[in-house]
Write a protein of this length. Structure first.
Length: 89
């Protein structure tokens, strides 16, 4: 398997494909976590914030909404994205 680029842009593309969001912002906050657990020393690709709204969230409890986001991003998590903070809009 080819290594996946762990970038905010790649994550946003995946979320667009899987969840058809009506609002989406993906921020790479890795630089703010330098020296923390999961940081890779580059300041990129480990800690992210996802702000998202999707019609797929309608009627689902918050934990189910978050599960949809984590499931869509699982490949990134498997390859080193350490933390993903989710804000449902």
């Amino acid at each position: 398997m080819t290594a996946l680029a762990i970038t905010a842009e790649a994550m946003a593309t995946r979320l667009q494909e899987r969840l058809s969001p009506s609002a989406l912002q993906v921020l790479d906050e890795s630089a703010a976590h330098a020296g923390h657990v999961g940081a890779n020393g580059t300041g990129f690709g480990t800690h992210f914030r996802v702000r998202i709204s999707s019609p797929l969230f309608t009627g689902r409890p918050r934990v189910a909404q978050h599960r949809l986001v984590y499931d869509a991003l699982q490949e990134f998590i498997d390859q080193g994205a350490h933390a993903i903070a989710i804000e449902v809009l």
